[in-house]
Design a protein around this ligand. Structure first.
Ligand code: NAD
Length: 256
């Protein structure tokens, strides 16, 4: 059980981050939820999880594109036993047309934030003699697709940083791993299905299997609950000797 542990999950008011937060709460962890908005519904989300799983949960606004805000998120948590670096964005364009501001934002949010939060969290983990760092990378941390240069660079960077941090903490009761999802059914992905159906003139099943999951051999999306369960496993005692590695949740994508 993760009772008495505090988990900070970046970018957790939707999608995978929220799924991860819920599964960690189910395992008993207290939570710090985060995103860059400050709405009533963000705080209500923390309250609902707190009630459902009988854990302490709060929501803290912080922009993961800003190094100081990454560090202050960890400090405001008071304690950070589990750090899940999940916040991330995407932009798709050929490299010679890739907008510079999009490149900078992807590298800042998807890669630099992991440096800042990890640097802030490690001293807290060392003080308490236990820690788990799980970085949500991607199948694109291990393979590439055209037109996703910034995302692929950032996610490969996250996988590399994961290994370096694991070596720096190898003789301590702290682990650092990356989870590499393939295509996950999040609200954002769900919302793309009707438009893609129209664009290709296909039914829902065909669009999912032939277009969206063209590279996912299982022809099934991964779910946010499955991602959450994978992160919870990496925080469990069974995973004590798992460090510096990647765990793919991609229906066979990277086996191709
Ligand atoms: P999402 O858009 O639903 O969630 C992203 C989260 O990050 C949201 O909570 C968003 O508010 C937050 N966020 C964005 N910019 C931020 C910022 N500057 N500061 C703080 N929070 C910010 O997307 P998702 O699909 O759940 O993605 C989560 C992670 O999983 C990302 O790192 C993404 O690259 C990765 N991933 C997703 C898929 C997929 O198929 N959905 C596949 C592989 C990897």
């Amino acid at each position: 059980s993760l009772r008495g542990k505090t988990a900070v999950v970046t970018g957790s008011n939707s999608g995978i981050g929220l799924g991860v937060a819920r599964e960690l709460a189910r395992a008993g962890a207290d939570l710090v939820l985060n995103s860059l908005t400050e709405r009533d519904e963000d705080h209500a989300l923390a309250e609902a999880i707190s009630t459902e799983f009988d854990v302490v949960a709060k929501y803290v606004k912080a922009d993961m594109s800003v190094g100081e805000e990454c560090r202050s998120l960890i400090e405001s948590a008071g304690s950070c036993d589990i750090l899940v670096n999940n916040a991330g964005i995407q932009h798709v364009a050929p490299i010679d047309e890739f907008p510079r501001d999009k490149w900078d934002a992807i590298i800042a949010i998807n890669l630099n934030s992991v440096f800042h939060t990890t640097a802030a969290a490690l001293p807290m983990m060392r003080a308490k003699g236990w820690g788990r760092i799980v970085n949500v990378a991607s199948a694109h941390g291990l393979t590439a697709s055209p037109y996703k240069s910034a995302y692929v660079a950032a996610k490969h960077g996250v996988v590399g940083m994961t290994k370096a941090v694991a070596l720096e903490t190898a003789q301590e009761p702290i682990t650092c791993n990356a989870v590499c999802p393939g295509y996950v059914l999040t609200p954002l992905v769900e919302a793309q299905i009707p438009d893609t159906m129209k664009e290709y003139g296909m039914d829902r099943e065909t669009v999912i299997k032939e277009v969206m999951l063209a590279r996912q051999p299982s022809k099934e999306f991964a779910t946010v609950e499955q991602l959450g369960g994978t992160v919870a496993f990496l925080c469990s005692s069974a995973a004590t000797q798992i460090t510096g590695t990647t765990l793919s949740v991609d229906g066979g994508w990277t086996a191709l």
